[in-house]
Design a protein around this ligand. Structure first.
Ligand code: HEC
Length: 211
């Protein structure tokens, strides 16, 4: 063991480093590293934190666009919309508390055949698992494992008596046990679903008041 020559590399390394350090006493540490290793990690092709590496693809929609499409059945173009239809801000508490900002929203989408067809497509995708294809929670595939759902029968007279804005509000921000769907279902699509829920209610013999 004692005969084995000691590795000399670390000694050499320290000596070179010290020498180089003396030579470049005024250079930054990176320059010293360049002299020892021939390069420095500082000089590399990299991006600074938060630097925009790529421009967003053409036609992409910034999240700040508020998920607001230009009109019914149109994709969001991300433009600020100066129209009075821009939905007001409200919270789940305001939905549950039946605040005027929610209750007095006016449905801008006529319940024509196109809207009802779109509403049916979206309803069956987003709502039917919990509320059933007919709006009666008891018929939902989740009802056996979520016994609360039958209580919230969307086709019932109770929900039919609620204004359009209320149903829109529940879709957008959720209410208690129901999750919010506003981030997945844009403005006009929510109104298509409201129109379709109205149709389900009418089919169940509970037309909304005034319809
Ligand atoms: C994950 C299950 C689930 C999904 C999906 C779901 N809901 Fe609900 N929904 C609930 C639950 C649970 C309640 C009861 C909320 C509570 O605890 O107050 C509810 C309540 C509601 C109410 C209130 C009814 C009333 O009169 O009190 C409306 C309206 C409603 N949902 C509409 C919808 C619509 C429209 C969709 C589709 C966009 C949808 N829900 C998707 C679970 C769900």
């Amino acid at each position: 063991m004692a005969d084995r020559p000691r590795p000399r590399t670390p000694v050499r390394f320290v000596a070179v480093a010290l020498l180089a350090g003396l030579v470049s006493a005024c250079s930054p540490f990176d320059d010293l590293m360049v002299q020892i290793f021939g390069r420095s990690m500082r000089d590399q092709r990299s991006f600074d934190p938060y630097e925009n590496t790529l421009l967003p693809p053409e036609g992409s929609v910034p999240f700040s666009a508020g998920n607001f499409s230009a009109g019914p059945n149109q994709v969001s173009l991300g433009q600020p919309d100066p129209s009075a239809e821009m939905p007001p801000f409200f919270t789940m508490a305001e939905v549950a508390g039946e605040a005027p900002v929610v209750m007095e929203m006016v449905n801008p989408v006529e319940a024509d055949a196109a809207s009802l067809a779109e509403g049916e497509r979206l309803y069956n995708r987003f709502c039917a698992p919990c509320h059933g294809v007919d709006g009666v929670g008891a018929s939902a595939v989740l009802a056996p494992v979520h016994p609360v759902l039958p209580v919230y029968n969307l086709s019932s007279a109770v929900t039919a008596a609620r204004p359009d804005g209320y149903i829109y509000g529940v879709i957008r921000v959720g209410r208690a046990l129901m999750p919010a769907y506003g981030h997945q279902i844009p403005h006009y699509d929510r109104w298509h679903i409201v129109n379709y829920v109205r149709q389900l209610q009418a089919q169940a013999g509970n037309p909304a008041p005034g319809e």
